[in-house]
Ligand binder design. Structure first.
Ligand code: HEC
Ligand code: HEC
Length: 374
């Protein structure tokens, strides 16, 4: 670490902040030079960037995260500090506290991971709109699919290289978030590591990830400015397959580049529903369950002539739904079957008696009567 930011530095910096913000806004088409107040010297956007040392950017980001700047401002601040030393103005005017909102996925709302958010902001500050997209995708894709904290992040602790916190010498559990969401990332890790989110371990884990994201951003930007950046991110095959319909050109109602699986699974083929052969059905049918009477398993077959949302619930003699077998899942035209194992929604075995299976497909509804005999 070359220099730690003190409160005094911060105050000095923020007195220049107004100038910095004017400088960014000044480059946009909305504000003309004539409308800019004060003595601001306009700095054209994108700002200039000098290649960063990856080892020190990791330590800086980790340090800032644990010094009250948190993940987002910490990752962003590591670049502002590094560029301030390498280049000076206009970086000296940037109050990186502007990124404090990004902590905890946006003031603890669990949306975009703060370190990932900061990485994208740094890229957007130094790379024009046409070229920043692939660089940001690279960082997002890496963040969603990598084991974190990375082996390198843990190795820095084992080598006692971190300058903040009390976790040097300790390697932390790792997890893959599968998503750029803070919520997915944090909760997966808490479960996998068996830690609480308020624990010191979890805070250290996010500090290491802040370092990981700073390094990834540094790698991508260093390569871009050296003319050696090659985009590697591809939308996961799972999402690509879903986007053949939901993406541009057809339904065009979904714009997501990460895998749909962690959030949706495949709503078009619910796991308990089995596809049966036998051509395209002419009409909606709900066949008598087989066997009937039954104990405790029985099979219910049905056919739908048009694609639609299907619901199938088991009701007791009072009409109350005791088991949801199909929950408004979208099924394509075809013949299907589903098993009921004689349990309710809580997994308890139900008593002998008459039950009704009621199916709705769009506006259509059919019910069959079944006899559980023990
Ligand atoms: C063959 C085209 C096609 C493919 C492939 C496809 N979908 Fe759909 N999907 C549809 C249509 C049509 C609808 C109904 C119209 C709508 O809501 O967009 C739908 C609806 C949905 C819905 C809303 C369903 C509900 O129950 O509310 C979700 C969620 C969804 N699809 C997710 C996915 C995911 C995830 C994948 C990939 C595993 C996928 N889709 C693949 C055509 C497709
Ligand atoms: C980070 C979690 C997440 C990911 C990843 C995600 N979705 Fe969603 N999706 C949601 C949420 C939350 C909603 C809104 C809640 C709802 O209606 O289920 C939604 C809604 C939808 C809907 C409308 C649902 C309806 O009931 O009509 C469709 C269609 C859909 N998503 C398709 C996709 C596809 C296709 C992908 C992958 C390319 C995808 N989603 C990835 C979380 C996600």
């Amino acid at each position: 670490m070359d220099k730690e930011i003190t409160r005094k530095d911060f105050l000095l910096k923020s007195s220049k902040a107004a100038v910095g913000i004017t400088a960014i806004a000044g480059a946009s088409s909305l504000l003309t030079t004539a409308t800019v107040k004060g003595k601001a010297t306009l700095t054209p956007w994108p700002w200039s960037y000098a290649p960063v040392d990856l080892e020190s950017i990791r330590i800086r980001a980790h340090h800032l995260k644990l010094s009250g700047y948190e993940c987002c401002s910490g990752c962003f601040g590591a670049f502002v500090e590094a560029q301030t030393q390498l280049i000076g103005d206009p970086w000296t005017t940037m109050p990186y506290e502007v990124m404090l909102y990004g902590r905890g996925g946006g003031a603890s709302w669990g949306t975009l991971c703060g370190a990932v958010n900061a990485a994208a902001a740094v890229i957007s500050l130094v790379v024009d709109k046409a070229n920043s997209g692939p660089l940001i995708w690279e960082v997002y894709g890496w963040a969603a699919s990598s084991l974190m904290p990375s082996d390198e992040a843990n190795q820095f602790a084992l080598d006692n290289k971190y300058t903040a916190g009390t976790f040097n010498g300790i390697s932390l559990p790792q997890s893959v978030s599968g998503s750029v969401l803070c919520h997915a990332s944090l909760t997966n890790w808490c479960i996998e590591a068996n830690k609480k989110f308020n624990s010191a371990d979890r805070k250290e884990r996010c500090a290491r990830i802040t370092g990981d994201l700073a390094v990834k951003t540094g790698e991508v930007l260093n390569a871009y400015f050296a003319g050696t950046f090659v985009p590697e991110y591809v939308t996961p095959a799972y999402a690509q397959q879903c986007l053949t319909c939901h993406g541009a050109g057809v339904l065009e109602n979904v714009r997501v580049q990460e895998s749909c699986e962690p959030c949706h699974g495949n709503p078009h083929s619910p796991q308990n529903v089995i596809t049966e052969g036998g051509g395209i059905p002419a009409k909606f049918e709900l066949s008598q369950n087989y066997p009937n009477p039954f104990n405790p398993n029985t099979k219910i077959q049905f056919a739908i002539p048009n694609e639609g949302k299907v619901a199938l619930g088991i009701h007791d003699i009072t009409g109350q739904e005791i088991k949801k077998l199909i929950d408004h899942d979208l099924l394509h035209t075809g013949k299907y079957s589903v098993e009921w194992d004689g349990t309710d929604n809580f997994g308890n075995k139900v008593t002998s008696g008459i039950y009704f299976a009621r199916m709705t497909v769009g506006q259509m509804q059919k019910t069959i009567k079944m006899n559980l005999l023990k």
